[in-house]
Design a protein around this ligand. Sequence first.
Ligand code: 2P0
Length: 325
Amino acid sequence: MTIEKKVRAYTNIALIKYWGKRDEAAILPTSSSLSLTLDAFYTETSVAFKEDITQDTFYLNGVLQNEAATQKVSRFLKLFREPTGIQTPALIKSTNFVPTAAGLASSASGMAALAGAANLASGLNLPDQELSTYARRGSGSATRSIYGGFVEWQMGTSSEDSYAVPIDDANWDIGMLVVVVNSRQKEVSSRDGMKNTVETSPFYAGWLESTAKDLIEIKKAIHSHDFQKVGEITESNGMKMHGTMLGANPPLSYWEPYSVVAMQLVRQLRKEGIPCYFTMDAGPNVKVLCRLSDSEKIKARFAEVFRTEQLIVSRPGKGLQIMSN
Ligand code: 2P0
């Protein structure tokens, strides 16, 4: 008998970015990072070890997945099988809850939900901090999705101490507008993009030095609820990460024309006295950090340029949730 519980994990957006590994296999980062968990985008996953199936079987959004996708899950489940001795095949059911047309299916929420469900089903019952090191082995950004609000992923010194730490519950008039510029699958995965950047960008040493300072400053700003400072550091840190990519060989850029349009609109809104700041990840979409109380006003201005289905406002999200079946 295994306990089949659904676990929900929310995605997160980094304000201080993770962009590079020092150990590819263990997914150990070259720097610490810090994110905001969002409640508008999440994944729900259940894992059940079953005697009546012959091999691991993975359904995503109700669709049986092929061997490659299933193998990725099986590789991850090995982390839970090894310490428990469980050999039984697993039935994994996962659903991504992403507003229509957003195309923001995320490895952060996906791997964090899988880690949470496997933790219950295997009976390993790791505490959250240790569970975050397991989620990390699936995908770096998943480390941070174990917790809600502002979360730091400490780079650590080894696989055991490279984990997430909750910093603040973000329950102080913080929100994010996600501007979906393009929901197509990206051409260069973040895994490949960051590897190439670490190996070839002459700006990388400067990035490491600068992001370490940004992390210290943003934590101070979060603790004093200084929204402007949090926003300024976020915008600057994201741009510096994209700067390292432009310096890579071959150069890498995830921006599209409408990404720049969105960034310019953020700057214009600031000129008009509405505090908001942008960040971008390994794709063309723009995330606007704002006061939750300003979010509808900001969304209305973006709606003059973008379709409303491209604009999703989110509040801060919670940590892993065990759902009642
Ligand atoms: C982040 N990104 O901190 C950064 C900023 C994208 C840009 O984490 O190779 O899917 O699985 O560890 O976590 C996206 O990379 O990469 C990411 P892997 P992941 O959110």
